[in-house]
Write a protein that binds this ligand. Sequence first.
Ligand SMILES: [Zn+2]
Length: 136
Amino acid sequence: MTSYRTPEKSTKNGTCPGAPKQKYRKISEDLILDEERHKIEKEFGKTNFEICIPSSELDEVLTHEKDVIISHSFGCYCWNNFRKTEYYHMRSNVPITKRDVIKKLIELDFNTFCNHSFLEDIFMKTPCQIGLYFGS
Ligand SMILES: [Zn+2]
């Protein structure tokens, strides 16, 4: 005969026994974030921008094109379109990953010089143009 676990009962004051677990999970998520930050810092060192892309996504291949353009339009309120879109040429003989783009940005000494210095995403704008998403 199969034995079933009895469901956890609510405590006397009516709070759900499952509730505190949520808090612990939050803490462990913070620890993971710290660990992530540490990993990223260890790999890239000091950068002009904060890398907020999970390390698990860094090897994601963006394109197999050999010649691409990284472009960033400073359309945020800080610049209010005052700064022109910047374009950078990137050449690679191997598939380009998000890590490669970050390395290129570091090499270029890329800096948004505004509140939006948190690199949250790197994506393909067109088949040969890479876009950057910076948050605050
Ligand atoms: Zn900005």
